[in-house]
Design a protein around this ligand. Structure first.
Ligand SMILES: Cc1cc2nc3c(=O)[nH]c(=O)nc-3n(C[C@H](O)[C@H](O)[C@H](O)COP(=O)(O)OP(=O)(O)OC[C@H]3O[C@@H](n4cnc5c(N)ncnc54)[C@H](O)[C@@H]3O)c2cc1C
Length: 350
């Protein structure tokens, strides 16, 4: 018998596993790689919504928590995947510059917005009105983290690299059984895979596909992340991630020619040197109607938990949300109502 079965090993799965490990629980993870949001992610931990210059939801609480989480995890795994970064927001108009100054004046935003304009010093970047700088932003190289986390679980015999067949789950009164494996509880961290999960697919997970181009650009020589209509993220060795778009209609992980054309058109407005596309990746963000995570216990089966709906901010929100879920499932604390799936109880009856 194990304490917990975890289904899915993206950002939510890792956050959940780390909380279980911190509580000295023995867990086994099922993961099949069918969803790619965490692998595809830009990896930015950014406290500010850069379209409207608003503070991200509970950023003051989530950001320090997440920073400590990733610092601790990279020490545990013995690999570097977490770093500070310089994040610049390109100004498109003078009016935008003014809005930036107004936002930087607000006490809530002041710790995160540098109250000035950086002139553009890179001749290969087009930014005549300069940039605002976001303070306290960080970067998680999600691909490296996932790869090393998987390897660690594999070595310890805690990873089953197979599809979890939802129909094969047997729910007993105070435990669950899956293909002969008995556990006190099961926690689903299946991302957009939730759509196939009969226990939770009543929840309003919408999904928003995003695509990135990976380009090589020797002349660019840029070290800051630049946000214009898209992000330009330096990855080292003259490689940059360029994206991502938002598509609410296509729910596949397949890169498209339409997105490639869109991203390239936007990129050409940002830089004026030649580049080569070396990769193109896509994933579906697990977004929710009310933009809040989907966390909690199944209404009829309290031994079944869910950590999902991390939307576009899984890096910052995931570790905090995992802690809330574990506390709720072990009866030590109630969930904050705004993340509790209880808010969607009525949808089950429909
Ligand atoms: C293009 C793009 C850019 C993004 N950029 C950022 C960013 O810069 N910063 C940020 O904070 N967030 C970003 N996000 C959002 C972030 O990636 C998500 O919030 C996060 O990855 C969600 O993690 P998850 O673990 O819930 O889902 P996923 O990463 O989708 O993981 C779910 C896992 O469950 C597995 N799974 C599903 N069903 C089954 C099953 N039946 N059996 C076994 N395994 C199963 C899948 O294979 C997958 O490994 C971005 C997302 C995208 C798509």
């Amino acid at each position: 018998m194990v304490d917990t079965i975890v289904v899915g090993l993206g950002l939510a799965g890792i956050a959940m596993c780390e909380e279980l490990r911190a509580q000295s629980e023995f867990f086994v993870v099922f993961n099949d790689g069918s969803q790619t949001a965490s692998k595809t992610a830009g990896g930015l931990m950014n406290p500010v919504i850069l379209k409207r210059f608003n503070l991200a939801w509970k950023a003051n609480e989530h950001l320090p928590f997440a920073k400590e989480f990733y610092e601790h995890l990279q020490r545990y795994l013995g690999v570097d995947f977490f770093s500070d970064l310089t994040l610049l927001r390109k100004f498109a108009t003078i009016e935008e510059q003014n809005r930036w100054f107004q936002a930087a004046d607000k006490p809530k935003l002041a710790p995160y917005l540098w109250p000035g304009v950086h002139a553009n010093k890179n001749v290969n970047v087009t930014a005549p009105l300069g940039f605002g700088e976001v303070l306290q932003a960080c970067h998680v190289h999600t691909g490296v983290m996932l790869q090393h986390y998987e390897r660690d679980l594999r070595v310890k015999g805690q990873l089953r690299e197979s599809t979890f067949e939802y129909d094969a789950l047997v729910l007993e009164k105070d435990h669950v059984v899956y293909q002969g494996l008995k556990a006190k509880r099961i926690i689903f961290t299946d991302g957009f895979g939730l759509k196939k999960n009969p226990l939770f697919n009543y929840l309003p997970l919408e999904g928003s596909k995003g695509e990135y181009l990976i380009i090589r650009c020797e002349d660019l020589q840029e070290t800051s992340v630049i946000k214009s209509s898209l992000f330009l993220i330096p990855m080292g060795n003259d490689l940059y991630k360029v994206g991502a778009n938002y598509n609410r209609w296509d729910k596949t992980n397949v890169p498209t020619l339409e997105a490639k054309a869109l991203l390239e058109a936007q990129l050409r407005r940002m830089i004026n040197c030649s580049y080569t596309i070396i990769d193109h990746v896509a994933g579906v963000r697990p977004t929710v109607q009310d933009r809040r995570p989907l966390v909690g216990q199944h209404p009829d089966h309290p031994q079944v938990g869910l950590l999902n709906g991390l939307g576009s901010h899984g890096i910052t929100i995931g570790p905090w949300a995992a802690k809330q879920l574990y506390a709720a499932m072990t009866g030590t604390r109630y969930l904050p109502p705004e993340i509790d799936i209880e808010r969607y109880r009525d949808r089950r009856k429909n």
